[in-house]
Design a protein around this ligand. Sequence first.
Ligand code: DC
Length: 224
Amino acid sequence: MPPKPPLVITVDGPAASGKGTLARTLAAELGLPHLDTGRIYRGVGVALLAAGQDPSDPAAAEAAALALDPAALGDPALASEAAARAASVVAAMPRVRAALLAFQRRFAAGPRGAVLDGRDTGTVICPEAKVKLFLTATAEERARRRHDELRGRGEASIYADVLVEIIARDRRDRTRAVAPLEPASDAVVIDTTRLDAAAVFEAALVVLRARGLYPAGPRGSPVA
Ligand code: DC
């Protein structure tokens, strides 16, 4: 059998829209490597916090981005709300984004392709991706999901505070001058407000099937 051509799928969207779960599931189903690009920005934020530096200092943030060790991306500290906040701050800095671009592109250029999720993977990192998905949901629903997730991890969480934080992050991510959060013009937008993870996955498979990248009918092995 001839080798399959590489397949790159991007999944972008705001916090708690379900993009990480979908990207992981698609990668497992299609046998593709997966990169959660948010972890890269979280890694920079955590490195700064751990060194006692200010995430809003552009020079310190750029240095941390250039020194980022991919092995540190598995650190459980990256899941905290403090890490998310610091990530959102450093992610607005053009030089930080530039420092992290090559790593993300190299990952996507692997022989099998990849599934990447984040905010700008379809617009900036992989504008030639074969499939671009953009997930969205109301801020209230996303705050509820994040609140439940934090509680599930045993962390103290107040819904109203989580909602305020989500709205503030959305604003920072959507209004920044460089690589703002927005769907690529050729992205398929999926509103996940009323969908569970299985239904979001099915919606993504409909897109893949329509492009001949996944067999029709019951789940099986991809054709591309
Ligand atoms: O998806 P996440 O919550 O792990 O992302 C953390 C922050 O990183 C988020 O506020 C925006 C930023 N981010 C980004 O600007 N570009 C990406 N491709 C991924 C994340």
